[in-house]
Design a protein around this ligand. Structure first.
Ligand code: HEM
Length: 498
């Protein structure tokens, strides 16, 4: 018999290579998904439940009930319990951690490492308030990063080159986002970029497999499958030198020293106390914000780019808008705010291709009777089906057709009080646009995300000619469980703008 570590390594490899379990799960979810799509039509206003492997999911799609979810407090509907369950974060991050060379997590504060994110989500107000407020000052740096990253990954050449967009956009988004999370030079380190892209994949992979097992077996299964603790160790190697540098500056010059970097790490260090200020906790927090930011933004961007490369008629008006606005404002937040056609184009793509057909997962903390009379018991997971409002012909004319400038037209026809037309902006989370969720847990990073995506698309349209390798055909989306993934193998052709 081989060493236990050999056994562990071969089980990991088996799981990694492929994934009989994930295949089974995908089939089950695919069936469930088709069912969800069918049921939303069959029960236009009611809730219904679909079966997973080990639990049931209650799907909500009545706009009145969705609005109720928006308003219900966390004492009735828990978003964090749902995240813990869906991603299995508790188990991948907690139960398989090994001592590292760096600071060790100790569960003595009453909150286990792994649960510290959901029990103390102090990064959420930082992202929502500090990051959003700082955007006008952050945009020039992010723009610089976007330009350099595009040049590195898609060099503008005279001949057409074929690019696998989703993979490439993950790296560009990781660099642009980490420019304001941890700054240069770390945001450009290929190993750090790769780590952040992979961290999300590993959490989701481990979480998907764990969900197929009863709670009691999950810690054991997790020992064999999770790569998350290793990723956190890799994160520590990259981030600890930066933490030490920043701590030294703070000690020598005070917490608000004049040249203190304007980035997420500074804000986290300002707010974190006790254990949260130690290496392991800060590292897991930065990886968690990357988890929330990178795949979401790169999937959203790739969906939009596929529409643009397949429907070239949009290219010229977008170029004209970008060039006219940048001439007046430079590459600034003001300029991005005035790119209405670009905003509409990405929002329309998100309407048809949101991250998932089911968003806003919540677990009921207590029994609750919704306004439609349905009693949903404590412990049930509920989620909102986006397609009922996104594809409603009462809300949108010709809802199944991509109309890149739909929201510009809607703004033009709007005759409500001044300012209310802003509901058609991409950052607005409304019942008609659920892509960022709704209410108290609506994505706090959406203000940054929209600026980043607009910057990327604006830069792409003025720098490159683009077309689908298969001209005029938008590649089919791939459904993984409820997620709407832009085709991961499709190639877009790029060349320097003629
Ligand atoms: C286009 C890109 C993005 C999309 C489509 C997106 C979408 C979402 C959605 C659907 C939710 C859940 C909302 C709910 O349950 O009601 C969410 C939550 C969240 N997002 Fe985003 N997101 C994006 C980018 C970002 C970025 C760039 C950041 C960070 C800078 C971020 C940080 C977060 C955080 C921290 C949460 C949890 C909020 C909470 O628990 O209250 N997201 N996002």
């Amino acid at each position: 018999m081989g060493e236990p570590s050999d056994l562990l390594a071969s089980v990991r490899e088996l799981v990694d290579r492929n994934l009989v379990l994930i295949a089974i799960a995908s089939v089950v979810y695919w069936v469930a998904l088709s069912y969800v799509k069918g049921e939303t039509r069959k029960f236009p206003n009611g809730m219904f439940k679909v079966a997973g492997l080990f639990d049931w999911l209650v799907v909500v799609h009545d706009p009145k009930v969705i609005d109720e979810i928006r308003m219900l407090p966390d004492t009735v509907l828990s978003s964090y319990d749902a995240i813990d369950e869906v991603c299995g974060t508790l188990f991948p991050m907690l139960l398989n951690w090994r001592p590292t060379l760096f600071s060790l997590p100790e569960p003595s504060s009453g909150v286990h490492p792994g649960k510290h994110i959901s029990k103390n989500p102090y990064h959420v107000p930082i992202v929502r308030a500090q990051l959003t407020r700082a955007l006008p000052r952050l945009v020039p740096g992010v723009y610089e990063e976007v330009v350099v990253a595009f040049k590195d990954f898609i060099p503008p050449t005279n001949d057409w080159s074929s690019i696998k967009v989703l993979d490439t956009m993950m790296k560009i988004v990781a660099r642009a986002s980490n420019r304001i999370f941890v700054g240069t030079p770390l945001c450009r380190d290929p190993d750090y970029v790769n780590l952040n892209v992979q961290f999300t994949v590993d959490v989701i992979k481990a979480g998907s497999i764990l969900r197929m097992f009863p709670h009691t077996l999950r810690p054991i299964v997790n020992k064999f499958i999770s790569k998350v603790p290793k990723r956190i160790e890799d994160g520590l190697k990259h981030l600890v030198p930066l933490f030490m540098e920043r701590r030294k500056e703070r000690e020598e010059k005070g917490a608000d020293y004049p040249e203190k970097p304007l980035d997420l790490l500074s804000w986290l260090m300002d707010e974190a106390s006790d254990k949260e200020a130690t290496d392991w906790y800060l590292t897991s927090r930065i990886l968690t914000v990357n988890f929330a930011a990178i795949h979401t933004s790169s999937m959203t961007f790739t969906h939009a780019l596929y529409y643009l490369a397949a429907y070239p008629k949009y290219m010229q008006p977008l170029r004209e808008e970008v060039e006219e606005v940048v001439k007046r404002h430079g590459w600034s937040k003001d300029a991005l705010d005035e790119m209405h056609h670009l905003d509409s184009f990405i929002k329309e793509s998100q309407r048809l291709c949101p991250l998932a057909i089911l968003l806003m997962s919540r677990i009921l903390v207590k029994d609750h009777v919704f306004s439609d009379g349905t009693m949903v018991p404590k412990g049930t997971t509920i989620a909102v089906a986006t397609d009922t409002t996104h594809l409603s012909d009462e809300r949108y004319e010709d809802p199944h057709t991509f109309d890149g400038f739909r929201y510009v037209k809607l703004k033009g026809c709007h005759n409500g009080p001044a300012g209310t037309e802003r509901k058609y902006d991409m950052v607005s989370a409304t019942i008609d646009s659920l892509g960022f969720g709704l209410g108290r847990h609506a994505c706090p990073g959406r203000f940054f995300a929209v600026s980043e995506l607009k910057m990327m698309l604006a830069h792409a349209v003025v720098t490159y000619d683009m077309k689908m390798a298969d001209e005029g055909v938008r590649p089919e989306d791939v459904w993984v469980s409820a997620a709407c993934v832009p085709n991961p193998t499709a190639q877009v052709l790029f060349r320097k703008r003629a």
